[in-house]
Design a protein around this ligand. Structure first.
Ligand SMILES: Cc1ncc(COP(=O)(O)O)c(C=O)c1O
Length: 394
């Protein structure tokens, strides 16, 4: 594969310490990211820190996020996580009682469920939840459920379990034609799948930074398409969300005449999580250097070899029977369950224990063993799991 992908692995000590197949829970931090975070801490420790430098880092990170998803920098706001991003956008939309949001709650992470329930209680919106189909969010059912009161369709680009990829572009086209906003939780795809918000016709996208973006916890971003963002008034009004009236960030300017910042920047709230922005700035340099088209091909290719190998060894690889929904995640188990991080299947528990005892890092989600790949993985990781799988039956 691409030589630049091969060159990545040594930057991630965790990738050789373990057979690390757990980006769906959290990605590995690289040596350059650690060095960037240390540079920030040293500045804070010795000199208190240089605020102008910190702001520059934040704006570079913002531009790199924009480049990653084919947006403009002013369409990106910094958030704490996905829950924060989705809540911020959802609360700012101009709801009327009786409006509805279409969602497949059975396959969403709670981060993209509770924000809509808050609106249902406070603003009288209706949540129209569609039933999943064989572990997948059903495109046709979503489309059929949209009616004249639908303002938003929301879903994960890849579900956290079983990790099926949703055909976002097809729904995006449909939503745009009907004037319905498409808001996605991109926790599982950002940094791994090649994502172009313009081609996919996404109106809002929320991400965290500790998974595919290979950054830190407690930081995320929110993309809001400029035409939409410019018509919204965020619930939180903050000095970072208004146009700077004077030079200093802490000056209020003329309170009779303040204006919201352009685009999604109006969703910025107060001081930033600088260390996380600095980590992200550096990890995005690596990700953009390789390119997400290559990362997607590579990570999904490794996942496909693992899925094929495990199926040949007789393991119940969970596949979507209705469409090609493969991603960089492979789920193994007989059925999705309602347990978040456990399974009742004794054989799968033993297989999980066999893998973890032999240095494989993975998670159990919804009754399935979940393996997930990023650019720091390689074929040796796949072969290690397959060898352990063959040994498990012996
Ligand atoms: C699909 C999905 N959404 C959201 C989250 C996390 O949400 P938050 O960033 O709000 O903690 C996760 C996993 O942690 C996830 O897999």
């Amino acid at each position: 594969m691409s030589s630049s992908i091969d060159a990545l692995r040594p930057q991630f000590p965790g990738a050789t310490k373990w057979t690390y197949l757990d980006v769906a829970a959290r990605g590995l931090v690289s040596l350059p990211v650690k060095a960037a975070a240390e540079q920030y801490l040293e500045q804070r420790m010795f000199d208190g820190g240089d605020k102008a430098w910190m702001f520059e880092r934040v704006e570079t990170a913002r531009s790199r996020i924009a480049e990653l998803i084919h947006a403009s920098a002013d369409e990106i706001a910094f958030t704490r996580n996905i829950s924060d991003g989705i809540n911020a956008l959802a609360q700012a939309l101009p709801w009327q009682a009786g409006d509805n949001v279409v969602i497949c709650e059975a396959l969403e992470h709670p981060a993209n469920i509770f924000p809509w329930h808050s609106l249902a209680q406070a603003r009288g919106i209706e949540i129209k939840t569609v039933e999943p189909d064989s572990g997948a969010i059903p495109l046709e059912r979503i489309i059929k459920t949209i009616d004249e009161k639908t303002r938003v369709v929301t879903l994960s680009t890849i579900s956290f379990s079983p990790g099926f990829r949703f055909p976002v572009a097809e729904l995006g086209r449909h939503c745009r034609e009907r004037g319905v906003l498409l808001i996605v939780d991109a926790a599982q795809s950002i940094g791994i799948l090649d994502t172009n918000v313009q081609e996919l016709q996404i109106d809002g996208l929320a991400s965290s930074t500790q998974k595919g973006l290979l950054g830190l916890y407690g930081a995320g971003f929110l993309y809001v398409r400029r035409e939409i963002a410019n018509g919204l008034t965020p619930l939180y009004l903050s000095r970072m969300g208004v146009k700077a009236a004077s030079g200093h960030e802490a000056s209020s300017g003329d309170l009779q005449d303040y204006r919201l910042a352009d685009g999604a920047k109006r969703f910025d709230v107060g001081n930033f999580n600088y260390i996380a922005a600095i980590a992200l700035e550096r990890s995005l340099e690596t990700i953009l250097g390789v390119g997400t088209a290559s990362i997607e091909r590579y990570a999904c290719g490794l996942a496909a070899s693992l899925a094929e190998g495990l199926a040949e060894c007789g393991f119940p690889v969970f596949r979507c029977p209705t469409r090609d929904a493969r991603s960089h995640i492979v789920s193994v188990g007989r059925e999705l369950s309602d347990e978040h991080d456990a399974t009742r299947d004794r054989e799968m528990i033993r297989f999980y224990e066999h893998l973890t005892a032999n240095g494989v890092r993975l998670t159990i989600r919804r009754g399935m063993l979940r393996f997930s790949f990023h650019a720091y993985n390689n074929d040796a990781d796949v072969q290690k799991v397959l060898e352990l799988a063959r040994g498990f039956w012996r």
